[in-house]
Ligand binder design. Structure first.
Ligand code: B12
Length: 215
């Protein structure tokens, strides 16, 4: 089967919120030699975007949204080890404290970013989701991080990114860390407004940006 047909099947399986179908499509694509990263970027994520649109238009509701997210995460259990196999060994490039901000439970983008950081030679402390501002600041100080990287998917939780930068300033720590932000709800303008050191639209760009910031 051509790669494009695999991508269509992968996308549709997420839209159908059918975990068995997702796993079958992932395994079929891998068997045909499609790369794990392409399976995610060109198959599964476009499906998740359609799910987001359907949710916004109220064609589907929270249970379906959750079902699609679970199916995506089941695929990642197969795909993560494949991506890690191609990962970088050797000297570490820098230390990253990563998390999704307070009040926000979205983890998929953050987890992809973590995976790419680790396979690109960064050390990552993943604080998870719903991360309080002081958890970011305290962990960054504790491990002497180079970068604090914060994800936000909701317009209502964006403010958590600004709060971390303000807390760093209050503690006289702002110059000790680079701060980058991302996630579906963020923009370059928001990053500039809150005085972040960088913003990226995708996990790939985030890794390139981080490598520049630590060099
Ligand atoms: C899956 C999903 C869920 C799942 C999340 C499961 C999980 N474990 O993550 C569940 C079902 C839990 C969920 C819940 C909710 N969701 Co939701 N969800 C989505 C959905 C469909 C996909 C999000 C996603 O994972 N995208 C794929 C990833 C890869 O994209 P990403 O996170 O943006 O990450 C990429 C880049 O942004 C970047 N990146 C990410 N983080 C970072 C960090 C840094 C530092 C950098 C540089 C880059 C970077 O790299 C990533 C890879 O390239 C989106 C729609 C959409 N298209 O985004 C809605 C969406 C985000 N959700 C939405 C809503 C409203 C909700 C709920 C409030 C629904 C409800 N009524 O309860 C709750 C909120 C719960 C909470 N408190 O957080 C809205 C948000 C609207 C808004 N603007 O505020 C959206 C946009 C749907 C919509 N169109 O209405 N959701």
């Amino acid at each position: 089967m051509a790669d494009a047909d695999h991508f269509d099947k992968l996308k549709q399986s997420i839209i159908d919120q059918d975990e068995d179908q997702v796993l079958a499509a992932v395994n079929a694509a891998l068997d045909d030699g499609v790369e794990a990263k392409a399976i995610i970027d060109q198959g599964l994520l476009p499906g998740l975007n359609v799910i987001g649109e359907q949710f916004e238009c109220e064609d589907i509701f929270l249970p379906e949204l959750m079902q699609a997210a679970l199916a995506f995460q089941a695929a990642m259990v197969i795909l993560e080890p494949k991506i890690k196999e191609q990962g970088a060994a050797g000297e570490k490039k820098g230390k990253i404290v990563l998390g999704t901000v307070k009040g926000d439970l979205h983890s998929i983008g953050k987890n992809i970013l973590k995976l790419l950081y680790e396979t690109s030679g960064f050390e990552v402390w993943d604080l998870g989701i719903d991360v309080d501002l002081f958890q970011f600041v305290d962990k960054a100080k504790e491990v002497d991080a180079d970068i604090i990287a914060m994800s936000a998917l909701l317009t209502t939780t964006l403010i958590g990114q600004r709060d971390v930068i303000e807390a760093l300033k209050d503690q006289g720590q702002r110059d000790n860390f680079k701060v980058i932000i991302g996630g579906g709800a963020t923009t370059k303008e928001w990053a500039d407004t809150i005085g972040a050191d960088g913003w990226a639209a995708s996990a790939y760009e985030a890794v390139t940006l981080s490598a520049k910031l630590v060099s």
